[in-house]
Design a binder for this molecule. Structure first.
Ligand code: BGC
Length: 757
């Protein structure tokens, strides 16, 4: 009894604690709601539904959310209907895909990842939220944190590349930016697509995925967890089936992991029509059945399928599903509405929206500058440093299909951009000409990336002959990446390659700037020109950003967030691979025959006959207008046990980086580890940190990273458990030797070694 007294006291204390006010208000509302009203909250429709279909639902409190309306007057009109006409006055959630900017457009997320600049990504998301909320949007379907290792997949543009760590960091930064740190969230984030969407077979959108549990946990789930830990109020399930079960019916993901393991109390929304799509998947015979399966998997809001709206009431009445299941979903939906402060302040208050503010334009320009990756430079860039005093005002030909294309340089998924506000490279160079910094030759007429035209080539050649340097802006139109925009050939579309060769044949230096939504396999084009900036689709301010980089006002600092393959046949190709039993030590092709293999003869090692085992450019790669020398890696200790009792429960890893060139620039040191021997095979490198450090010419800086035991941990089988036993995985570090690098990219650097006791 004595031992029971403290327990009883504790129980009394806990039960006397005032209930969280939001939870109390949710309870009160739920108690008043009819079954229809509860189910209505689980329904989300867009404006493609006619006013006759949708407005009565709103006025009767039978609609939880609308999306794709960005007119604040219209948002307020519909909101008034929900708040003032419906019985309980529950406000609507107003959603929109605000992916890389609302009116002011920032680089596509893949480009943002190339900045390796978390503060900037957070800032861009914060400024994006400021614009979007003025249109009445309170919920964005962003960030997308699908780790993508197949550049054929068109949605590679929408994510942060191939790496789990980088994607986790970037996604969390975006969530912090959208949502801010106030107790009332301005713009709710929605991390998507849960999970494994980017693993679609052969890079074909919506295709099947097969992901073993350990790989799911190690590679694909951590970015979701990081975004939820950063506070994302919602999460969206993916379109794909994963290990045979569509994500919208996947109890393992949505219940076991999301709810039971991660204890997530935010809102899980389906993707567009993904509930009804399960009929096509062949896992349900009709929409009624899809409603059962998604509800069982705790998908709480139905985007555009109407499966819940049409079938859930009958299903409850027939006892197929329970009202408690419905209540659990509605509770999370209402919680999100409270967290957004919608019950107290449902309307959009801005009268004259303030878009394209100087702060937003400056951040967009900086993001575009930092996202461009210099892949090659035979001294062609920057233009200013190569000019003899006689040609201090060079004659520049600005040409190519993306030189003056306000629509396409914004990239995929930016519904609310204003093309006329977009500054193209041609516009930026016209400004430089006006300031007498250059003489400008313009290629006349509009050209498309997919066009083939002999007269265009003839015109280009003629103009190039009059110029000192050719600035060619090529790549992909925005419609070639994004949802359902997958490509089998990752070339420069149309006759761009021929144009580049014709330009080069004039003997003039040719600088190629690529705007694209994905890595392209363009080694031959790169070889044919003098310098290459890989700039992704950079948004509203990409023109001035590129002009600054090309003229040398700013030194490039972007690094590749994804491996560039030499050819499509190498895909998937990523740095974080496992070693084979017969690894190749970078064979060199001589007369098309690989030579110079490592410990095995070449006939017995792992490579492609045409390409050896190397990418075109590795993850993390990028040049600038200076050179950096990385000193040896220095460790604070070489034998670690990480117990709290040791003097240093973390490992400090540092190195000195010297700027050996003649101008200041940003180095992007990357921290990698390798667990040399594990109970499961381990990747040859894993990114665990990165920094951006500006180093003046001739100077050195010491960079230091901290490794914790968690950084060394990975998902493996619990001791004594065989592969295949369900749910017996553990996340922990194993004893033994590790390599650690501080390197300029995933393919360079000399490691130091330490041992985990
Ligand atoms: C996409 C989602 C998007 C949704 C709403 C779907 O087609 O997969 O990423 O958020 O549409 O527009």
């Amino acid at each position: 009894m004595k031992r029971l007294i403290p327990l009883i006291a504790l129980f009394v204390l806990v039960s006397c604690q005032p209930k969280d006010p939001i939870e109390q208000r949710i309870d009160d509302l739920l108690a008043q709601m009819t079954l229809e009203e509860k189910i209505g909250q689980m329904n989300q429709l867009d404006p493609s539904w006619s006013a006759e279909e949708k407005e009565p639902l709103i006025a009767q409190g039978l609609m939880g959310s609308i999306f794709n309306i960005v007119d604040p007057q219209e948002v307020n009109r519909l909101q008034r209907m929900a708040v003032e006409e419906s019985r309980l006055g529950i406000p609507l959630l107003v959603a929109r895909d605000v992916i890389h900017g609302f009116r002011t457009i920032y680089p596509i997320p893949l480009g943002q990842a190339a900045t390796f600049d978390l503060a900037l990504v957070e800032e861009a998301a914060r400024l994006t939220a400021e614009e979007a909320v003025q249109a009445g949007v309170r919920w964005t379907f962003s960030p997308m944190v699908d780790v993508a290792r197949d550049p054929r997949w068109g949605r590679v543009a929408e994510g942060y590349g191939e790496d789990t760590y980088l994607t986790s960091q970037m996604g969390a930064a975006a969530v912090r930016g959208y949502q801010g740190s106030d107790s009332i969230v301005k713009l709710a984030a929605c991390v998507k697509h849960f999970a494994g969407y980017a693993v679609s077979e052969s890079g074909r959108d919506y295709n099947s995925t097969w992901i073993p549990e350990i790989q799911l946990r190690e590679t694909y789930l951590p970015p979701f967890k990081a975004a939820l830990d950063a506070g994302s109020l919602s999460i969206m399930c993916a379109f794909n089936d994963i290990n045979g079960v569509p994500a919208s019916a996947n109890k393992h993901l949505n219940v076991n992991i999301l709810r039971d393991e991660w204890q997530y109390d935010g809102l899980l929304v389906s993707d567009w029509g993904s509930i009804m799509n399960m009929v096509s998947h062949g896992i349900a015979t009709d929409r009624r059945e899809t409603a059962i399966q998604s509800l069982e998997a705790q998908v709480e809001m139905d985007m555009q399928s109407n499966a819940y709206l049409w079938y859930l009431k009958d299903l409850v009445e027939q006892g197929v599903v329970s009202e408690q299941q419905i209540d659990a979903c509605v509770r999370d939906i209402l919680r999100m509405k409270f967290r957004l402060g919608l019950f107290d302040n449902p309307y959009c208050e801005v009268e004259t929206p303030q878009y394209f503010q100087p702060e937003a334009l400056a951040a967009a320009q900086r993001a575009a500058e930092e996202s461009a990756v210099l892949l090659k430079n035979n001294n062609a860039l920057p233009l200013t440093s190569n000019l003899s005093p006689l040609t201090s005002k060079p004659t520049v030909l600005v040409c190519g299909p993306l030189a003056h294309n306000q629509h396409d340089q914004n990239g995929t998924w930016c519904f609310d951009k204003v093309d006329s506000m977009t500054i193209t490279p041609l516009m930026a160079f016209r400004q430089l000409a006006k300031e007498s910094k250059i003489r400008l030759i313009e290629q006349k007429g509009k050209h498309w990336s997919r066009e083939v035209s002999q007269s265009n080539i003839a015109q280009l050649t003629r103009l190039a002959k009059q110029a000192d340097v050719v600035l060619y802006f090529g790549g992909e139109e925005s419609i070639l990446s994004g949802e359902a925009r997958c490509r089998a050939h990752l070339n420069l579309p149309g006759d761009q390659s021929e144009q580049l060769r014709a330009l080069k044949a004039t003997g003039k230096p040719v600088v190629l700037t690529v705007m694209a939504g994905r890595p392209l396999c363009i080694g031959d084009d790169i070889a044919a020109v003098d310098a290459v900036l890989y700039a992704f689709h950079g948004g509203t301010m990409q023109g001035p950003a590129l002009a600054n980089l090309i003229m040398g006002e700013v030194a490039p600092s972007g690094r590749l967030p994804i491996t560039f393959p030499q050819a499509e046949g190498q895909i998937p190709l990523y740095y974080n691979k496992k070693n084979t039993g017969r690894p190749t030590d970078h064979p060199v092709l001589i007369d098309d025959i690989p030579v110079g293999a490592g410990q095995f003869s070449i006939g017995e090692s792992s490579y492609w006959l045409e390409y050896g085992d190397q990418p075109l450019y590795p993850f993390g790669y990028g040049l600038t207008y200076t050179t950096f020398e990385y000193g040896p890696v220095v460790l604070s200790d070489t034998i670690l046990d990480f117990t709290p009792y040791t003097l240093h429960p973390t490992l400090q890893v540092s190195c000195i980086i010297k700027n050996t060139g003649n101008r200041e620039a940003v180095a992007v040191p990357q921290l990698y580890i390798r667990d040399l021997v594990g109970s499961l095979t381990r990747p040859v490198r894993e990114l665990k940190g990165f920094q951006r450090v500006s180093i003046p010419a001739g100077e050195s800086r010491t960079v230091t990273f901290t490794l914790t035991k968690e950084d060394l941990a990975y998902w493996h089988l619990a001791e004594g458990v065989d592969l295949g036993a369900d749910g017996k995985y553990e996340f922990s570090a194993e004893q033994g030797a590790f390599h650690v690098w501080i390197a300029p990219n995933a393919a360079e650097g000399e490691p130091a070694t330490f041992t985990l006791k």
